[in-house]
Design a protein. Structure first.
Length: 414
């Protein structure tokens, strides 16, 4: 599978499919140089006629490079579709390679804000980086819209600030409806399994809270170290507990190995497998093969979501990148939509960060590839649809089709 890599020609400017350097720049529209302004100084009014500078934080090297590249592809696709302009002003994207290291992410964010003088920050995948960035933007009074960082604790009523917004989803949002859905299907005995760190446990707890009704119960839990290659000992534990349902929160290579070995171990015919959307997201389905067929999952997007916006997105993304759209590509695209709409509502200007934050909070998108979107003012979490999906053969290829929709899901942020 080929993924479009936003690349460099010489030191600056994207060209072709060369891999991105650790700091890349995309300049759209007329080539306009922004004024050089020392950190902390007010930007001169004349700068409003220059480019709108958007700082993008994404892992484009290392273990999460594929996810980060999809996010950057989605961001760039949205702005390209709008002529790399907002309300007539050219857009300049400054991309920083940010892996799952909080101090590195913080350093890159500070550089974008204090040296590059960006108008807004967009991105971040890792929740560890997200925690650090949220604290920083509160001190720096700089608007940040995250396209990842799903950990529930980052966006709560108690730590809300006017400069940070989540345009992606929370772990709670994706997993809470799955408990309701599967309990309603008559499953009574669930075993929870996932990676042994905060995300895995958050996902499983959000599911359990709505599953344990009308006599349904958790009969066990098996949490596994990241990067485990042999799941046989854990699958033996699962079989011994005799559940009628397994709820799993693995992602990436761990999801590939777990789903493959689950089927090979002979559990699939008798014990239903379901989980967090990343368990069977589009970027792992090819590797999982038929072992993934029938697996149900919950998340805020599905390849098979049958809307004009999503069908167009899937088609355009394949033409552009020669690859299948993913939830991360959509996250980047929708995050960019939020930026575009907020700045457009201000006439293409950013009079102040407070005014920009107020504009972001008022954004309501009726049409995105994943459905309608708005923000909860108490948490700055996104309010959106969550889809229950099932892996099916669609036109000779494995994809996720929608089997149920939970509309306008709002994380309580307690």
């Amino acid at each position: 599978m080929t993924i479009e890599q936003p690349g460099m020609s010489s030191r600056r400017g994207f060209a072709g499919n060369a891999g991105p350097n650790r700091r890349d720049v995309i300049i759209g529209g007329a080539a306009s140089a922004a004024f050089a302004v020392a950190p902390g100084m007010a930007r001169p009014a004349l700068a409003q006629s220059g480019p709108i500078k958007i700082g993008v934080l994404a892992p484009i090297s290392g273990v999460y490079a594929s996810l980060g590249t999809h996010k950057v592809n989605g961001i760039k696709m949205l702005f390209d579709q709008n002529g790399m302009k907002i309300a007539g002003r050219p857009v300049e994207l400054l991309v920083e390679d940010t892996e799952a290291k909080p101090q590195e992410g913080l350093r890159k964010a500070r550089k974008l804000v204090e040296s590059d003088q960006v108008d807004v920050l967009l991105g971040v995948l890792s929740s560890a980086v997200g925690n650090a960035i949220k604290e920083y933007v509160a001190r720096a009074n700089k608007v940040w819209i995250t396209t990842g960082a799903a950990a529930d604790g980052i966006f709560k009523k108690k730590n809300n600030n006017p400069y940070a917004f989540r345009a992606s989803l929370s772990t709670w949002q994706a997993n809470h409806p799955m408990g309701t859905w599967l309990a309603g299907k008559g499953f009574k005995r669930v075993l929870l399994t996932g990676p042994d760190y905060a995300m895995g446990r958050e996902a499983d707890e959000a599911f359990r809270a709505t599953f344990e009704v009308n006599g349904a119960q958790k009969v066990g839990e098996v949490f596994v170290p990241l990067g485990t290659s042999d799941y046989a000992p854990y699958l033996s534990q699962i079989k011994k507990a005799e559940p009628d349902l397994i709820y799993a929160s693995y992602a990436g290579a761990d999801a590939v190995r777990f789903v493959q070995q689950y089927a090979a171990f002979g559990l699939a015919p008798s014990i239903k497998l379901a989980g967090y959307g990343y368990l069977v997201e589009e970027d792992v389905l090819v590797a999982q093969g038929d072992a993934a067929l029938g697996v149900q999952s919950g998340i805020n997007w599905a390849y098979g979501l049958d809307t004009p916006e999503n069908r167009q997105f899937v088609e355009d993304y394949r033409k552009r990148t020669d690859s299948t759209a993913t939830v991360d590509a959509v996250a980047g695209y929708v995050g960019a939509q939020v930026v575009l709409e907020a700045i457009k509502s201000l006439g293409g200007n950013v009079p102040s960060q407070l005014e920009l934050s107020q504009a972001v909070g008022k954004v309501k998108l009726a049409k995105t590839p994943r459905g309608p979107l708005s923000f909860d003012p108490e948490t700055n979490n996104v309010i959106q649809n969550v889809y229950i999906r099932e892996v099916a053969n669609m036109g000779g290829q494995l994809h996720n089709k929608v089997v149920a929709t939970y509309e306008n899901v709002k994380d309580p942020g307690e």
